[in-house]
Design a protein around this ligand. Structure first.
Ligand code: ATP
Ligand code: MG
Length: 201
């Protein structure tokens, strides 16, 4: 296995993030963590790409439907359906409409615990309950309930890979290897080097 400092993750700034003028703010938050940006592009994705992206994980339909049901229950509310698959059928359609509505920014970030660090900075899926201090918690206001009533996807600014394995599968969908740059950042020495003898003169 590669050293954990080589971990990669895929981040998408969704159409609402671009429209809200948050590209710079979002990049700043990941960049300041110490992770390294190794790929970046902006384009309008196709519905085919979005469907492939969300269905990479064979469990996605069940997990996302269940997560929605649990979130309704936790708030003492009745979920739109008791069947997770019915919920995700609707979510996937709404996601496809949402994600192709304008440009998105696709990025690959690399570094120690890239997946976990990016998810921590991003916050939980539903902005109403994502932690303060996170991108989704600080910079937007949506909820499952209102998005379900309105028949649209939750507008939560970001997609971030859920695990290193998922990240590798997603990166191949969104980037060719040629678009990803192998390079060193000077700051990596202080983040990763075991021997710091070179600092004092
Ligand atoms: P996480 O960061 O927790 O992995 P995610 O963004 O991958 O979150 P998923 O549960 O995989 O979230 O759902 C994918 C996307 O679908 C969400 O980001 C959100 O935009 C939308 N979505 C998820 N659940 C709902 C829902 N119940 N109603 C409307 N849109 C939803
Ligand atoms: Mg996910």
């Amino acid at each position: 296995m590669d050293h954990p400092r080589k971990e990669r993750t895929l981040v998408l700034i969704k159409p609402d993030g671009v429209q809200r003028g948050l590209i710079g703010e979002v990049i700043k938050r990941y960049e300041q963590s110490g992770l390294k940006l190794v790929g970046l592009k902006m384009f309008v994705p196709t519905k085919e790409l979005i469907e492939k992206h969300y269905l990479i994980d064979p469990e996605w339909r069940v997990k996302t439907g269940q997560k929605t049901i649990d979130s309704y229950r936790k708030k003492g509310k009745k979920p739109p359906s008791e069947d997770p698959l019915k919920i995700t059928e609707i979510i996937l359609n709404n996601l496809k409409r949402y994600m192709v509505s304008g440009p998105v920014v696709a990025m690959v970030w690399r570094g120690m615990h890239a997946v976990g660090i990016v998810r921590k900075i991003t916050g939980g899926t539903e902005p109403l309950t994502s932690d303060v201090g996170t991108i989704r918690g600080d910079l937007t206001i949506d909820s499952y309930e209102v998005s379900d009533i309105d028949g649209r996807a939750v507008r939560n600014i970001i997609h971030a890979s859920g695990s290193p394995e998922e990240a590798e599968k997603e990166i191949v969908l969104w980037f060719n290897e040629k678009e990803l740059i192998n390079y060193r950042l000077v700051s990596e020495e202080i983040l990763y080097d075991v021997n710091l003898d070179g600092i004092l003169e």
